[in-house]
Design a protein around this ligand. Structure first.
Ligand SMILES: [Zn+2]
Length: 460
């Protein structure tokens, strides 16, 4: 096992460094070692000691480099250099959110919203968020810094990536590319656009190379595959038979989609965002998504307050980037509502697990009933013509007097009003509110994608 204390500080994906290249050089380790980094299974005290060390170091770094964070802390009357411990930080550090970044950007014309801590000439890639909640925010990446950006080598190791494997990458690229990790592991990426129109090309590549990892499935890609199955009679069980892991992301998997993936024999692993400071991934236990707590300091707080919620309870995800020195977000309120636990996972990892329950900004209150997209999703999936689950909640504001939905349908139904009636019945059964429904062809709704999902709420 590698020395845990050496992991984040010393490792890098640079081939001349000792990160994945080191693992490849010591190929015998690939079959023996349970975790990529020993800290994945470290006791809580060790994780917290690491967090404290990295946090104090990070505060020193941002104090003079992050224009936005400096501004926020000055306004709050707290000097980053005066923080002495993890507990002190949680008691005194001010918060930031996406609106702060956007406001700074609009005010100063700094496209990075004041969070960039290095010179632009040091950057290797600039990615962006999906823009699902408004204007996209942009992310800067330095590829010679391991454990920055959306992925770390730990995830692919956890899913069973090994040297010589082929990886099908239908990556959304806007948030950086995963292929550098694939390549550093001695595996070979097969790269396509994340686009339902490219699934036919994906089928050809899968049949030719029999890849072991699929990154990544999403509602639009599955929509494309289902159409291919229907129209071309592709044997999906055969198609998915070589994959050790198919990664799904963008939004939660609905129950009907899960049935389809089970029917295809898909070894499904989901991933999700860690509040714009990385990603969280399912392990083989499929019991929540792991967040690497030495990469991001995670707090789960009662929305609108600084009170932590108990283990097993739901709250807002707040993240402080511990390793990222390029464009770190510090005590960032993500707007994601999650349930979490820090109990040791059945896989042996000790880092916390979370489940995304929804976006705080997606909730609508219709005559005092709280409705989230996931409530509507299950209902829409039940009706054959709308089973792709493409829909939007029309949300001009949070509190509404009636629920309006835009729902996508497949093919050319003879009686569209009847389809809408059946969808309304299913929704009413689940949320006790009868919606007004506007029907739109799936092919139109899918165009709204950024591209791995469609916005689940729309202003009009
Ligand atoms: Zn686990």
């Amino acid at each position: 096992m590698p020395d845990a204390s050496a992991t984040l500080q010393d490792r890098t994906l640079n081939p001349s460094g000792n990160g994945l290249a080191y693992q490849v050089a010591n190929a015998s380790k690939w079959g023996e070692q349970k975790f990529f980094d020993a800290i994945e299974g470290a006791p809580r005290e060790e994780i917290e000691a690491t967090q404290e060390r990295l946090l104090l170091d990070q505060l020193k770094w941002i104090a003079t480099r992050s224009a936005l964070v400096s501004e926020i802390w000055k306004k709050a009357g707290v000097d980053p250099l005066s923080i002495t411990s993890l507990a002190d930080y949680k008691a005194r550090a001010p918060f930031m959110d996406k609106d702060d970044i956007r406001a700074f950007r609009d005010r100063t014309d700094d496209p990075f919203g004041g969070v960039l801590c290095v010179d632009c000439s040091e950057l290797h890639n600039i990615g962006s968020s999906s823009g699902t909640t408004g204007d996209p925010t942009i992310f800067a990446e330095r590829w010679d810094r391991g454990y920055e950006g959306p992925f770390t080598p730990r995830e692919y190791w956890m899913l069973g990536l090994r040297p010589g494997d082929y990886v099908l990458e239908m990556s959304t690229v806007m948030r950086g590319v995963g292929h550098r990790i694939t390549r550093a592991a001695g595996a070979i990426p097969l790269m396509l656009n994340h686009d339902p129109n490219e699934v036919e090309a994906a089928v050809d590549l899968i049949r030719k190379y029999r890849p072991t990892i699929f990154f990544h499935l999403s509602t639009p890609v599955i929509y494309g595959l289902e159409r291919l199955e229907r129209e071309k009679g592709i044997d999906m069980v055969d198609l998915f038979s070589s994959f050790r892991a198919c990664v799904y992301g963008g939004e939660p998997v609905g129950p009907r989609m899960k049935e389809t993936l089970d029917r295809w024999g898909v070894n499904l692993f989901q991933f999700s965002s860690l509040g714009d400071s990385g990603t969280t991934w399912e392990c083989e236990a499929h019991d929540g998504f792991h967040a690497w707590e030495d990469v991001g300091l995670v707090e789960v707080l009662k929305p609108g307050t600084d009170e932590p919620v108990g283990d097993g309870e739901g709250g807002e995800l707040v993240v402080t980037a511990l390793h990222n020195k390029t464009d770190p977000l510090i005590r960032y309120r993500s707007g994601d509502f999650i349930r979490h636990t820090r109990e040791k996972c059945a896989c042996g990892r000790t880092h916390m697990r979370m489940t995304l329950l929804g976006r705080l900004g997606d909730e609508v209150i219709v005559n005092r009933t709280s409705i989230l997209p996931r409530d509507v999703w299950t209902a829409v999936e039940q009706v054959e013509e709308t089973s792709a689950g493409l829909f939007q909640i029309i949300r001009p504001q949070r509190e509404l007097t009636e629920l309006k939905l835009r729902v996508g349908y497949e093919g050319t139904p003879e009686d569209l009003a009847d389809v809408a009636r059946r969808v309304a019945d299913e929704v009413e059964k689940r949320v006790s509110v009868r919606p007004e429904i506007e029907m739109t062809p799936n092919s139109e709704l899918i165009k709204l994608g950024p591209p791995h999902k469609i916005p689940r709420v729309a202003k009009a």
